[in-house]
Design a protein around this ligand. Sequence first.
Ligand code: SF4
Length: 366
Amino acid sequence: MPIGMPHMGNLYIPFKALFQRLDIDYVMPPVNNQRTLSLGVKYSPEGLCIPFKLTLGNLIEAVELGADTLLMPGGSGICRLGYYAKTQEQILHDLGYEGELIQVGVSERKLFGLLEIIKRLSNNAPWSKIISAFRFGVAKLNGLDRIERVVQRVRPVERIKGTANRLFTKAINAIDRAGDYGTLKKVQVDYINQLNQIDKDTQYKPLIVGITGEFYVLLEPFSNLDIESELGKLGVEVRRTTFISGWTKFSLFLNPLGMNEKARIHKAALPYLKRDIGGDGWESVGEKVLHAKEYDGIIHLAPFTCMPEIVAQNIMPTTKENIPVLTILCDEQMAKSGMLTRLEAFVDLLERRRRSQNNNRHQVTT
Ligand code: SF4
């Protein structure tokens, strides 16, 4: 029963580890590339959002490689994510695929729903074995996110652009290969040390830009044309609060205890938006309000036609917390040159804004 599932950033690494430890036959489709997108675009209804198209492309490529059981995250939320799995299953059947597509209800059952499915796929392996394999996968996930946070801080200040990214790629591969906790720990320490030792411009004070928006386009660099690296090249430090390791920690341990990681963000958004509007729209508004004093600007990533983010985009200019926001709509038409021009103009604006704020402060004190 070869299993296939879509990509989202480096999420394939913890899943690979989990499946290997449970002897589940995992067929990994190629990481997102132009062909994946073309397949997704070709077989999706035109107006659907880019996460649907890319994940459909992944599923088709997994089937081509022999997967006969597909896992697809879904849910009963307000936006169209709830229809993803059913629609994709129908499209795959129309293309002649006869296997099973299992919807993983991440929005209702969170990770517990996934664990139940894993139990079934592992031929009813004992819970102790599943939990142990799962813990190792989570350890890899935590390691990846820990290193990525360091990479985000180093990119804008490194003297030779691209050094942190090259190390990050090596670290990702090393974490993927790590077969035990000891090696995993060593890889993290080694690469964080190497990142800290990169030659940096210690005098330079980078602009701080928060990245917010829809979960998938935040976490899948192919869908956002690797915007974080591009900002790093422009000397901007990116702050992103969304990491899968954080979501995992809350959905497994803290949400069942009544703790809601988003409560602070929702509270911040309340004066402008009183309820969940699906996807991550509520959080996008809250992040702008919450971080207006802390960041120089915000980049709001939204899949084209994404209803929750369209609502958020329209609310953002009306908040009294004043901070420049650049909304970037991600779809298959987005071209790197166009995005770079917009980023350069935005960074230019933020630099001038910072200079004028510094001048004003200087005049007040003299
Ligand atoms: S939040 Fe937006 S992009 Fe994500 S599934 Fe819903 S409509 Fe699509």
